[in-house]
Structures are given as structure tokens and as C-alpha cells.
Design a protein around this ligand. Structure first.
Ligand code: RAM
Length: 374
């Protein structure tokens, strides 16, 4: 065993994820515990929380400040697709921030989650000349040339949710620590299947930066002692389309009759997979991943899904707006160590690689899923 893998497996059996809250402005907190199958003990962090060298979280002790500063900016959001509720309903967070500062926000993008469509929107928006573009990438490299062109014209570029190649943006607003997201999903599914059996991953686009980063950590988690009897049989791609994700779930059930669990780290995928499992009467197959509480509530109440995770995507848009405004207004350049203020979320510091971290995710289950509205 390498010292690195020993460090990773030396851990507590219980991992606690404390959410930052701010649901409905109420600063609500959710605490959830996820035990896992990995053996050993000692490392309380489970490799699951952000470290200062990885990314920045809200500065400790920072007080949220009221908006109304009047330094509003003109910003265009280009999400992975405009048919995905995760992006559509969460725009409200950016509108809230723009309302506080006197800025303007719009969101345009492809109907389907694909990089080529995003490039066209980046080019069109660049001609309109907003002060900033915020983008969640279906592909880190395919978007880079058009974003670099936008930057050469003085437009600030903020990637959020799913990063682009670092040279193509000023700063990246990550959702939550990628390692924690990946490992936690394996911990949940493995525990639900009794640390034994076949599992599959239903992802989004095969080139999606965020899902691919999480899947790498999922695979690494499975190399830890304790997962010897858990086998990842396949990673399939539902393209963040409900129909394709549904069909891919059916294909998995057919190809792997002994399948015990599915992990879907996409809000579109997990909802479609839950629907497929119920339609097929295969509620013996465990399902977890990243979902919107509003999409998943019925499946938690029916017992098809026991636990899933996510951050607050409204806050993600809110934070992204404030980061872009700080760049446009010259309050920061996006260099590690730069700080900026993000309204009700408080103050943030840019971490290594120009990454800012929204904060730890929530874990939702039957006890709390009714308390969230996004
Ligand atoms: C989908 C998208 C998005 C991801 C969430 C969890 O809506 O793929 O990028 O962050 O799922």
C-alpha cells in the first residue's frame, strides 16, 4: 500500500458534510452523514473537503454585506443548455445580484448540451460586447478559442459549474470540492448495496469538465480497501438529455442483469434514471448522484432514491455574478489570493489556479428533501 493510498483510506467511517445554507436567504444549515465501505480509520477529512491549496471557500468570519453598491455590470450567461432546469431556474441568483447592484443579466445557449452550440453563442454574444461572459462548459477545450477571442476584446470571462481550459477564463467558480463530490457518491452507493455488487455511472456529455473530474475521483475511491467487491461495469453518457439518459438507463439494466447500483452525477441523468427504474419496476437497483430537490422529491418519497447530493445552484449564479463584477470593476484580477465581496454570501478569496469554491454540498434524504425549493 502506498503512503498516499494509506492516507486516503485512513479515515473516519462517518463523513459529515455541512452545508453553507442560505436557502431562501434564511441561512439554513443541513448536516448529513455518509458512511462508506472503505476500511481503516484516522483521516477525518476523508479527502472530501476542500483544502486551502485547492480552492477558496467563503472567508471565515466574513460577514455578508448588503447589496445596492451600484457597480452593476452587463453580463451574459451561457450554460451547458437552456433546456436544463438546473441552469434555467438558477439564473434567479444572478438576477438577484444584478438587482442589488444595478446590473443586467441575460442567459442564452444551445437547446441541447453540446460544445459546438455553445461556441456559436459565445461568438454572437461577443459581438454584442457585454462586460462579462459566464460559461458552464460542455467541453473545456472546444470553447477555449472563442472565449480567448472574447477576452482579447476586453470581455471578462468567468467559467462556473464546469470549467474551461484555464487560459480561456479569468476565474472559475466551482460548485464544491471535486474530490469530495466524486468520493461521496461512491461512498453512498457502495453503502447502499452493502459494499458488494456491480455499479454503473450515468454521466452527462462525455467531454463535460465537471462530470469527468468527479468520475476520476469515483474511480480512485473504488481502489481503496473496502471496495474489493464493488465493480464499476461501465460509464455511459446521457448528454444531459432526459430521453437519452432514460434510454441509457434501460440499456444498463439490460446489459447488466445483476446491476446493483447507478451513480448519476447530473441533475438531468439522476431524474431520468429514477423514472426508468420506477417504470421498469427495478427499485431493487440503488440510485444516487447529484439532483435537484424539486426533481427528486417524489422519488425520495417513493423510496426509489434514498440519498443524493447537490449545492445551491441559485447561490452559484449569485456568486458568479459578483465575481464577474469584481473583475469588471477592477477589484480583482482573478489571481490567487485576490478577494472579493459577494453580497449576502460574504467575502471570497481566489484559490490556486484561479478557482473559487462555492462551498460544501448538501446531502438530501427523506428527512430534509421537503425543506428545499430549487
Ligand atoms: C447537470 C449539469 C451541471 C451539473 C449538475 C449537477 O445539471 O451537468 O453541469 O453541475 O447536473
Amino acid at each position: 500500500m502506498t503512503s498516499r493510498s494509506f492516507g486516503f483510506i485512513a479515515r473516519l467511517l462517518l463523513m459529515t458534510l455541512v452545508a453553507l445554507g442560505a436557502i431562501g436567504g434564511g441561512g439554513q444549515r443541513a448536516v448529513a452523514q455518509a458512511a462508506d465501505c472503505a476500511t481503516g480509520g484516522g483521516d477525518a477529512t476523508s479527502g472530501g473537503e476542500a483544502t486551502p491549496s485547492e480552492a477558496a471557500t467563503p472567508d471565515s468570519g466574513a460577514s455578508p454585506v448588503a447589496g445596492g453598491g451600484g457597480d452593476g455590470i452587463d453580463i451574459a450567461f451561457i450554460p451547458k443548455s437552456v433546456s436544463n432546469p438546473y441552469f434555467v431556474s438558477s439564473l434567479a441568483g444572478a438576477e438577484e445580484a444584478a438587482g442589488e447592484t444595478g446590473g443586467t443579466v441575460r442567459q442564452v445557449g444551445p437547446d441541447d448540451a453540446n460544445a459546438a452550440g455553445q461556441v456559436q453563442f459565445i461568438q454572437t454574444v461577443t459581438q454584442e460586447g457585454p462586460q462579462a461572459i459566464a460559461v458552464s462548459a460542455n467541453d473545456p477545450n472546444a470553447l477555449a478559442p472563442s472565449l480567448q477571442e472574447a477576452r482579447s476584446q476586453g470581455i471578462k470571462v468567468v467559467s462556473f459549474d464546469s470549467d474551461v481550459a484555464p487560459e480561456a477564463r479569468d476565474v472559475f467558480i466551482n460548485t464544491a470540492d471535486s474530490e469530495g463530490i466524486g468520493r461521496t457518491q461512491i461512498q453512498i452507493i457502495a453503502r447502499q448495496i452493502g459494499c458488494e455488487g456491480e455499479i454503473a455511472v450515468l454521466s452527462a456529455a462525455s467531454t463535460a469538465t465537471n462530470q469527468n473530474a468527479w468520475i476520476e475521483f469515483m474511480k480512485d475511491e473504488l481502489t481503496r480497501p473496502g471496495y474489493e467487491n464493488v465493480t464499476l461495469v461501465e460509464v455511459v453518457y446521457g448528454e444531459d438529455s432526459s430521453q437519452i439518459s432514460y434510454d441509457k438507463t434501460i440499456e444498463l439494466l439490460t446489459a447488466y442483469p445483476d446491476l446493483k447500483g447507478i451513480v448519476s452525477p447530473t441533475t438531468v441523468g439522476i431524474a431520468a434514471a429514477a423514472q426508468a427504474l420506477e417504470a421498469e419496476g427495478r427499485t431493487d437497483v440503488a440510485l444516487t448522484g447529484l439532483g435537484l430537490p424539486n426533481d427528486m422529491r417524489a422519488y425520495v418519497e417513493s423510496g426509489t432514491v434514498k440519498e443524493f447530493a447537490l449545492w445551491n445552484p441559485v447561490d452559484l449564479y449569485y456568486l458568479t455574478y459578483y465575481a464577474a463584477a469584481a473583475l469588471v470593476n477592477g477589484e480583482m484580477t482573478g489571481a490567487p489570493g485576490d478577494t472579493f465581496s459577494a453580497g449576502r454570501l460574504g467575502s471570497y478569496t481566489v484559490g490556486e489556479g484561479g478557482v473559487v469554491l462555492l462551498g460544501p454540498p448538501f446531502i438530501f434524504d427523506a428527512n430534509n428533501v421537503a425543506d428545499f425549493d430549487f
